[in-house]
Design a protein around this ligand. Structure first.
Ligand code: GRF
Length: 202
């Protein structure tokens, strides 16, 4: 079975959806390792609950990226665990080209909007403030530019008249949990092919 690694900084609901799908056998991967840059993050507690090996690795002094030393440690730990694909699940730092070169076309992210609309932080709030009637989520390959890599899959969520940022985010997350499992299943089954910017599903 193919091994994946997860990086996350937050509460970990996407990780939990992946862990449950893997346990049920619907997603044919083994989650070999989870790493977090935030000590005490909820995602670390969920890893313990799901018996996934996990660790906090200090990110270094920068706010939006890992230090080169920290990044090398993340790579070493993932490689030692036999990880073939790295799935970001609410990981709040940009990864450098040297990190991405270690896992060619095999670092993926989930973002809470229909990219290329609303990249960056709190995309559900951006969508609400903009006044769009539909938003959603995107699973994409990670490139050094934020939220800009080739798109693997997208799912739609309507914006309803009385939405608050919290109600809209919750509706998007329901879609995220399904979409991430579906996209990683396609990867695990070898059904994704990259043609320039496009990811072709067979
Ligand atoms: C999700 O909304 C995801 O799209 C974004 O960060 C959030 C992580 O949520 N990248 P969780 O920690 O998986 O619950």
């Amino acid at each position: 079975m193919k091994k994946i690694g997860i990086l996350g900084s937050g509460k970990g609901s996407n990780f939990e959806a992946l862990a449950e799908a893997a346990r049920e056998g619907w997603l044919p991967v083994k989650i070999a390792l989870l790493l977090s840059d935030v000590p005490g993050a909820g995602i670390l507690d969920l890893a313990a609950k799901h018996k996934v090996p996990a660790d906090y690795i200090p990110p270094g002094p920068f706010r939006t990226k890992l230090s080169p030393e920290a990044e090398a440690e993340y790579v070493k730990r993932l490689k030692d665990a036999g990880v073939e694909l790295v799935a970001l699940a609410g990981f709040m730092r940009l990864l450098s080209q040297p990190f991405l070169d270690e896992f060619p076309n095999a670092v993926v992210n989930i973002h809470p909007s229909l990219l290329p609309a609303f990249p960056g932080l709190e995309s559900w709030k951006q969508a609400l403030d903009y006044g769009v009637r539909f938003t959603g989520c995107t699973v994409h390959l990670v490139t050094p530019e934020m939220d800009a890599g080739p798109i693997i899959g997208q799912a739609l969520a309507p914006v309803l008249p009385n939405d608050t940022p919290d109600t809209l985010h919750a509706r998007i997350q329901v879609q995220e949990h399904k979409l991430y499992v579906e996209c990683l299943k396609l990867w695990a089954e070898g059904r994704l092919r990259i043609e320039g910017r496009r990811v072709v599903v067979s």
